[in-house]
Design a protein around this ligand. Structure first.
Ligand code: KG4
Length: 365
């Protein structure tokens, strides 16, 4: 079985093709990143992100089919509804129609697409593109929850034994969530951020320090250059009696700390070290709390911030101390491979024409 997966929930246009035998194999994995475009705003601009998805999705799709050796010369009879589905993206519609006059249905059995959470206009580019393909190639269309995908991608290479019950941490640019997994498909949310997401905090802090977007990578790079910091920032909600996070206070504290000052290079490095430490300590403390409260076999992490080496090391130490497994995925930042993996491991109903974006989709929706 071969599946094509589409991800457009935020600022990355991703398309992957996976093959499922006994194992899941990645045949193609393409991503068009908009980082350079959004860098000028220091964050993601939704209408620009939508426009870029519509502009780039076809070439990402074509590259993925080519890489997976699935382009087959011939024709696909164009379904008249294609025009309606893609009417908001006229250039994309033309490219797809032209493609259908040159290529026939490839050896694909399913389509998977992210339906939420994410930026609604962006989600709809992926959903409508997926609908058009599903209709013309008569393929089932599987909706995928982006959060679930960030965690299930941990299982792409091997099916580990005795993973559940597990604690999952989603640490990304748009989400900060902790939840318990009883088994795949059975989730209980423990907590989430009350304001900024963890990656958003890294990005906003970097902006205050005049560092480029995405800020998390820049802060991590500079934090590594020092071993201590003269600065002290708050650890918001460190001792709160719950699993919620709050990161906007950290950004505000940084704003006041920087007011009227010009930091030299070493001071910037020390500030980055302090920002990373403040964020890390909160994540570790909340994780430790969950370990004490719930019987667990493992900790699974996912999302762009989970690629942070300092946070990974702290969680590794914590897992080791508590004799728990820690699973760190190869695919941390947004990608389409995880969407395909999630559709394979936790398939939802084929909803094709009823499919809707849900920017606030919850794990059990
Ligand atoms: O999961 P992701 O690709 O997409 C969104 O949800 O947007 O995460 C992107 C986020 C950005 O905020 C970026 O600054 C952060 O992940 N990030 C990092 C690192 N690499 C990416 N944050 C801290 N340390 C890193 N090494």
């Amino acid at each position: 079985m071969k599946i094509i997966a589409i991800e457009t929930s935020c600022d990355d246009t991703g398309i992957a093709i996976l093959k499922q035998d006994k194992k899941i194999k990645v045949l193609a994995d393409f991503l068009s990143s908009q980082n350079d475009i959004h860098a000028t705003y220091g964050g993601i601009h939704p209408s620009i992100a939508k426009r870029e998805h519509a502009k780039n999705i076809f070439s990402v799709f074509f590259s993925a089919l080519k890489k997976a050796h699935l382009l087959k010369k011939g024709t696909t009879k164009i379904h008249p509804e294609t025009e309606i589905i893609l009417e908001r993206y006229p250039e994309l519609l033309e490219k797809l129609k032209d493609f259908f006059t040159k290529y026939e249905k490839p050896d694909l059995q399913k389509i998977a697409v992210t339906v939420g959470p994410g930026l609604e206009p962006c989600l709809y580019v992926g959903i409508n593109f997926a609908k058009a393909i599903a209709l013309n190639w008569d393929l089932p269309l599987i909706p995928v929850n982006h959060l679930e995908a960030h965690i299930l991608v941990n299982f792409i290479e091997k099916k580990e034994e005795n993973i559940f019950p597990a604690l999952a941490l989603i640490l990304s640019g748009g989400n900060t969530k902790m939840f318990l997994i009883e088994e795949i498909g059975k989730y209980k949310e423990l907590g989430s951020t009350r304001d900024d997401a963890i990656g958003e905090c890294f990005d906003k802090a970097a902006r205050l320090l005049n560092l480029p977007y995405p800020g998390g990578i820049e802060i991590a790079k500079r934090a590594k250059k020092v071993k201590k910091s003269q600065f002290k920032l708050p650890r918001p909600m460190l001792h709160s009696n719950d699993y919620d996070f709050s990161f906007s206070g950290l950004k505000t504290a940084l704003f006041y700390e920087l007011k009227g000052k010009t930091l030299d290079k070493n001071e910037v490095n020390e500030m980055c070290f302090e920002i990373e430490n403040a964020i890390k300590e909160v994540v570790v403390k909340k994780t430790e709390r969950a370990i004490k409260e719930f019987p667990l076999n493992s900790i699974l992490i996912g999302g762009g911030v989970s690629s942070n080496k300092s946070i990974q090391k702290a969680l590794k130490d914590l897992a080791k101390k508590n004799k728990l497994k820690l699973l760190i995925p190869k695919y941390t930042t947004d990608n389409a491979v995880m969407i395909g993996v999630s559709a394979i491991l936790s398939p939802k109903l084929n909803l094709c024409d009823k499919l809707k974006a849900n920017s606030n989709l919850n794990l059990n929706d």
